[in-house]
Write a protein that binds this ligand. Structure first.
Ligand code: CDT
Length: 323
């Protein structure tokens, strides 16, 4: 049986603050049709793909905040996307902002779903690493208020049988954390879908600005290689409501090589034929976790060196004779 899946990454250009869901969903459907015409089995969209990335601005108006969130998935606005997927026979990955009332109170998450070619939801992920800050910083050119508008995801890093293999999800900032990839790698993922909204500028550390695209690829390529998995990174790109965001959506092989990359900051599709067995050859050799991982030694090293303490205290400890 073929272990090849054709995956499309559907990068989005900016979404205007005033653009409604119906208009965005039309864009998503156009990309979905293009993906299908290019032979894709699944198409992946960015983080928070249905709206402008509102955590970049402050508001105290509860109703205004809620308006950025989906109360159901699919809902009236997103149903056409699910219907079109079913009609075309294509799966998809969609990032969106989720308002959940099931725990008897309002909870807001930065979420993503995997949807099968029958239009049924296969799995859901809620973003765990929320970057930025919760307090108002009007002095900065834009803000990063994910800690204000979202709760930390409570579903863990899951893996699902999907698209002929094993698929996992993470969302934007998660990919800077090797442990996010590793938790997925330990579950044997073969495809990791990750949408992102990454600003070019870092108001808190402007010297990082020139490295945005490099860090993006560094994280995706090392995550793919070290966990023997395909990684599909999908951006919201371009200048959105005054915030310049990196593009560079890419499909990365388990070799760590980028096999397709967007070249614009607009709506753009890239497609790759992904051999899922390519991951197996790494999983069974260099990254055979059962054979080569040394978990007990990692613990021992931390205990002996005190590596969990701030680095600048380490010389002091050594002088005191600590091992
Ligand atoms: N959306 C998101 O997670 N963005 C963050 C911005 C952090 S600024 C260092 C990211 O990691 O790309």
């Amino acid at each position: 049986m073929s272990r090849t899946v054709t995956i499309a990454a559907a990068q989005l250009g900016p979404i205007r603050r005033a653009e409604n869901r119906a208009s965005v969903v039309k864009r998503l459907i156009a990309l979905m049709r293009e993906a299908r015409s290019m032979g894709a089995d699944v198409v992946a969209y960015p983080e928070a793909a249905l709206t402008a990335f509102f955590p970049h601005w402050w508001t105290e108006d509860e109703a205004e905040v809620d308006a950025w969130f989906e109360r159901e998935m699919p809902g009236a606005d997103t149903l056409p996307l699910f219907d079109e997927a079913r009609r075309l026979g294509i799966g998809f990955h969609l990032g969106y902002c989720e308002l959940d009332q099931s725990a008897g109170r309002k909870r807001r998450f930065n979420s993503a779903v995997l949807v099968g070619s029958d239009g049924a939801i296969i799995g859901k992920y809620r973003k765990i690493h929320l970057p930025g800050h919760a307090e108002h910083r009007p002095e900065t050119p834009f803000q990063n208020l994910e800690k204000r508008y979202f709760e930390v995801g409570d579903l863990g890093f899951g893996a699902w049988r999907a698209y002929g293999g094993v698929a996992g999800m993470m969302i934007c900032n998660d990919w800077r954390w090797p442990e996010a990839y590793r938790v997925l790698g330990l579950q044997g993922v073969e495809m990791v879908f990750c949408g992102y909204n990454t600003p070019v500028h870092h108001p808190a550390a402007p010297d990082h600005d020139r490295l945005g695209q490099f860090h993006n690829e560094l994280c995706m390529q090392s995550g793919a290689y070290q966990n023997s998995t395909w990684v599909i990174g999908v951006a919201k790109a371009g200048v959105e409501e005054g915030v310049d965001m990196i593009g560079g959506s890419a499909i990365i092989a388990p070799t760590g090589e980028i096999v397709a990359r967007c070249s614009s900051n607009d709506d753009e599709l890239i497609v790759a034929r992904c051999d899922l067995d390519l991951g197996r050859s790494y999983r069974e050799t260099t990254f055979d976790f059962a054979k080569h991982r040394r978990v007990e030694h990692y613990r021992m090293i931390v205990e002996r060196t005190g590596a969990i303490e701030p680095a600048d205290e380490a010389p002091v400890r050594r002088k005191q004779g600590a091992r």
